[in-house]
Ligand binder design. Structure first.
Ligand SMILES: Cc1cc2nc3c(=O)[nH]c(=O)nc-3n(C[C@H](O)[C@H](O)[C@H](O)COP(=O)(O)OP(=O)(O)OC[C@H]3O[C@@H](n4cnc5c(N)ncnc54)[C@H](O)[C@@H]3O)c2cc1C
Length: 431
């Protein structure tokens, strides 16, 4: 009898693109197909990023957006390996992990993105990010430490610096973060820090372009701006950050610096170093350029998906944005194409029409442009809630998050930190 050789499919990254490619591929292949599927991630959980800002403010518990990968794979043939990917050798068809080298026949690179700091070292070394579950907890800890320090600080200039919270980047992540943070700060002041005058707390959003949410239409951008200003958030447009000293945040051009002890950097993403190092065509963000089938043209056995890929709509030529929506939609196409590679069938083109953005803006408000329709306020917020509730992985998580949302409407958010949040010491200030 003829021996069928086993095809090794290796998937790097268990985010929206990688995890769902593994799940779809398992379903598409016959149970006895001679295929080994291995999924690799540095974390043991899949992170649902669209709700990360709510985890930062305590509206939902961070554990609810982290689903153990092994639980999701338990009824599949997919093997999981928790390891950090260090390099990919496309010619040798081999991936180097921290402690071993793995060969592959078909490779899927879905390693997401890293924060883009635009070579601003002062920002890279001190700014907070909002990319991971630990970033969300760190942000809450940081805020509480600033409030604690402000209760002891008698110098008004230093107190102002402690109580000025700045988010840089007016895209979806920046807008969702600043609005959620603003509500969290005011809730915290009212609940636990009445000795801090409310008007001393300053929330600022800095955006380089002439409007927030530049990917949406101008009317929705204007509505979002009005909503933030009505909430009391200062929004600085046409303002580019140049440096952040111990004292102040410094801008290019005319805008005067202002003192702030908190910068949350949400000003963009770029490809992770493993992808940026690939010897293939890349864009200015280091993302690998893929063809209409999501493969690297010179290496048709290698797929790059999600934030790590530069993908264009095959008809319009528009570059897809780095969103979970796109990564999630690429997964079934990549899985179908891998199954087709294995069977010797023709691949499918990825031609998904982007349905638009949904942006939450704090309690009961948001903006959205599903299929070109403009929504704002409560309808947009409701749509955002339902959409992401349905996208969460598993009924257990959906039910728990829905209960958390309900509780957050009835009671104040949970502000205590579930891990050790120690006071930090910086110079004379013990924060
Ligand atoms: C705060 C925030 C809010 C967002 N909100 C939305 C939203 O509302 N809607 C939306 O559509 N998009 C949203 N996004 C964008 C969305 O999260 C990304 O576009 C999406 O996660 C990309 O999917 P991906 O599979 O490419 O990467 P990811 O989901 O980031 O997955 C990458 C995986 O690779 C793993 N990994 C990375 N490097 C290594 C390595 N060297 N070794 C091993 N494993 C590694 C990571 O642990 C991760 O599990 C948001 C992003 C953030 C940060």
């Amino acid at each position: 009898m003829e021996e069928r050789s086993v095809q090794k499919v290796l998937i790097l990254g268990a985010g929206f693109a990688g995890l769902y490619t593994a799940l779809h591929l398992d379903r598409l292949l016959e149970k006895d197909a001679p295929v080994e599927i291995t999924l690799v991630d540095q974390n043991h959980f899949h992170l649902f990023t669209p709700l990360l800002h709510e985890a930062a403010s305590g509206v939902i518990h961070p554990g609810l957006i982290m689903t153990p990968i092994r639980r999701l794979l338990r009824k599949t043939r997919v093997q999981f390996l928790r390891a950090r990917v260090e390099a990919v050798d496309l010619s040798a068809r081999q991936v180097t992990l921290c402690c071993l080298a793995l060969p592959y026949d078909i490779l899927v690179i879905a390693l997401g993105s890293v924060t883009h700091f635009y070579n601003l070292d002062s920002i890279r070394s001190r700014a907070l990010e909002i990319k991971s579950a630990s970033d969300a907890e760190r942000l809450r800890c940081h805020v509480i430490n600033r409030f604690e320090a402000a209760t002891r600080e008698r110098n008004p200039t230093r107190r102002r610096r402690l109580l000025t919270f700045t988010v840089v980047g007016g895209g979806c992540t920046g807008v969702e973060t600043v609005t959620e943070l603003h509500e969290f700060l005011h809730h915290l002041q009212a609940e636990q820090y009445p000795m801090i005058p409310r008007e001393e707390i300053r929330t600022v959003l800095v955006e380089r372009q002439d409007r927030v949410l530049p990917q949406m239409d101008r009317t929705l951008s204007r509505m979002a701006l009005q909503r933030m200003r009505k909430m009391g958030i200062e929004v600085l447009l046409n303002t580019t950050v140049r440096d952040w000293t111990e004292e102040s945040l410094i801008f290019a051009g005319e805008h005067p610096p202002f003192p702030t002890d908190t910068v949350i950097w949400a000003a963009g993403v770029r490809a992770p170093p493993v992808v940026a190092a690939l010897p293939v065509e890349k864009d200015s963000l280091g993302r690998a350029v893929v063809d209409a089938y999501l493969r690297i043209p010179r290496f048709p056995n290698v797929y790059v998906l999600g934030d790590a890929a530069h993908t264009r709509h095959p008809q319009t030529g528009e570059v897809y944005p780095p969103t979970a929506q796109v990564a999630y939609r690429q997964a079934p196409v990549a899985a179908a194409n891998i199954a087709a590679d294995i069977r010797g069938d023709s691949p499918r083109v990825f031609d998904f029409t982007y349905i638009g953005d949904l942006v939450s803006m704090g309690r009961l408000s948001g903006v959205a442009d599903p299929f070109g329709h403009r929504l704002r306020g409560f309808p947009a917020w409701t749509m955002w809630k339902f959409y992401y509730l349905l996208r969460l992985v598993g009924w257990q998580n959906r039910l728990r998050v829905a209960l958390n949302w309900l509780l957050a409407l009835l009671f104040p958010a949970q502000s205590a930190i579930s891990y050790e949040c120690s006071p930090e010491c910086a110079g004379e200030l013990c924060l």
